[in-house]
Design a protein around this ligand. Structure first.
Ligand code: 5AD
Ligand code: SF4
Length: 450
């Protein structure tokens, strides 16, 4: 039993504060937790000091993300020690991976649960608030797994995620996700379409289908449709103007998917396709099961289907056994593939992953220097890409206010270029023609074309 202080909050004014780390999957899961708790009367607060419940949704993809979780926990534990009647819960990938350790280390944490248990959040929170210390970090049998259908009540805007799959059956040697999210399971396509309809009913125009490896959607389940077929179903929902998806695996980009780009105008001309490295030797060590040549064939086919196609990617530098020559191949692939943008990371050793056993771990300083070199060149390339758009008239979907300037709104092209231009919030959701006037590293500036 924990020494949870009595909370004065009644069911009507219980407040939950969420802190979310990591990828879109975690953002999405936080939305689902919010939706389920709202049914019990919980409202979300942006101020942890007035919360009755804090839920930290954690990421373990790199050590840095885990460090951030520990410092956030420190902050909330301090608030509790100082007398705030707070229930603290840890969700997400670190909870799944290190549940026992977290329960043992932090005696004032009330609740630790993995991504498989989100559908039970109400009863877990109730138990924790009645004084029990709750841990639920066993993977569920796939037959018992429940996707949550409820839509986040605070979701607004024109763009929303819809999950199509949980877990991952790939075994990339650097990656901890198979340990934190378990085996792959596809969601019924009828449920995906139903959630899409519900979102469109709330004003959403852009749907991003998310999963760890979307291309393998449906393949394990007898009678389920394929990922390409799913795209056609989602495109059939009236009101869906744009469809995006993430994450894709270059090995699994089939001809049926390329054909979908020819058939479906709703599919945007931008794809985030993580390549990880330009060296075939390193790709082999990562067990990615494709070559640089295969990757180039895939993106050339996409560009054939859509001449305006734009790509972004993920890169890991300093993977074990990466020589200067291997890294050079990543640098040349960046030029050859012409990535508009990339997320690049220094390899981070993850507990229990096969890459730990590869000899020749790359010294941190060497990996750091490679990362700087890669990022500097990518920044240059991104800046050139955006500057080359100056003078073009592009069609954008207006997504929200600009992050920096009052009276400025922000839209995206179908190629995922962010354009800021003067406008009113009332215009969110509209499509508009904009002339590009300046190009920066991550965005463009524009003016509306009357
Ligand atoms: N070290 C560094 N980067 C990693 N990623 C995944 N695992 C690791 C790791 N151990 C990166 C990959 C992946 C992205 C989500 O995170 O590039 O595509
Ligand atoms: Fe997302 Fe992977 Fe991080 Fe988990 S470990 S939150 S799946 S990025």
């Amino acid at each position: 039993m924990s020494s949870l202080p009595e909370s004065a909050a009644t069911p009507a004014d219980r407040r939950v504060f969420f802190r979310t780390f990591g990828c879109q999957m975690n953002d999405y899961d936080t939305g689902k937790m919010r939706a389920l708790l709202a049914k019990d009367g919980w409202t979300t607060t942006d101020d942890a000091s007035e919360a009755d419940l804090v839920l930290v949704n954690t990421c373990s993809i790199r050590e840095k993300a885990v460090d951030k979780m520990h410092s956030a926990l420190g902050e909330f534990r301090r608030m509790k020690k100082q007398g705030q009647p707070l229930t603290i819960g840890i969700a997400g990938c670190v909870a799944q991976e290190r549940g026992d350790e977290l329960m043992a280390k932090y005696k004032d944490i009330d609740l630790v649960f993995g991504p498989d248990h989100i559908s039970k959040i109400s009863s877990m929170v109730d138990a924790a608030r009645s004084g029990e210390r709750v841990q639920d970090t066993e993977f569920l049998d796939l037959a018992n797994y429940a996707f949550v259908a409820d839509v986040d009540p605070t979701a607004h805007g024109v763009s929303a995620f819809v999950t199509i799959q949980k877990g991952c059956d790939n075994k990339c040697t650097f990656c901890i996700v198979p340990q934190t999210r378990g085996d792959e399971l596809s969601r019924l396509h009828g449920d995906i379409v139903a959630e899409t309809r519900a979102l469109v009913g709330r004003g959403v125009k852009e749907i991003t289908l998310i999963g760890q490896n979307v291309n393998s959607y449906g393949l394990k389940q007898a009678g389920e449709i394929t990922f390409a077929q799913l795209l056609y179903k989602v495109a059939d929902v009236p009101g869906v103007e744009r469809i995006r998806y993430t994450t894709s695996h270059p090995r699994d980009m089939g001809d049926d998917l390329i054909q979908a780009y020819r058939d479906l105008p709703q599919l945007t001309s931008h794809l985030h396709l993580p390549v990880q490295s330009g060296s075939n030797k390193i790709l082999r060590r990562m067990k990615r099961y494709y070559t640089r040549e295969h990757f180039m064939r895939v993106i050339n086919a996409l560009r054939d289907a859509r001449p305006d196609f734009v790509l972004s990617t993920d890169i890991i530098v300093g993977f074990p056994d990466e020589t200067e020559e291997d890294f050079e191949e990543t640098m040349t692939l960046m030029e050859e593939a012409q990535f508009m943008a990339s997320f690049s990371f220094k390899y981070s050793q993850r507990p229990g992953t096969p890459a730990l056993r590869i000899k020749n771990q790359v010294p941190n300083s060497v990996a750091g220097a490679r990362l700087t070199r890669f990022q500097n060149r990518q920044r240059e390339r991104s800046q050139i890409y955006h500057s080359n758009l100056v003078g073009d008239v592009v069609n954008v979907m207006i997504e929200g206010p600009s992050r920096h300037d009052e009276g400025v709104i922000c839209g995206r092209t179908g190629t995922h270029v962010m354009v800021n231009f003067p406008g009113r919030l009332a215009e969110i959701g509209k499509f508009m023609d904009v002339r590009i006037t300046r190009g920066f590293t991550h965005s463009c500036r524009g003016e509306r074309v009357e």
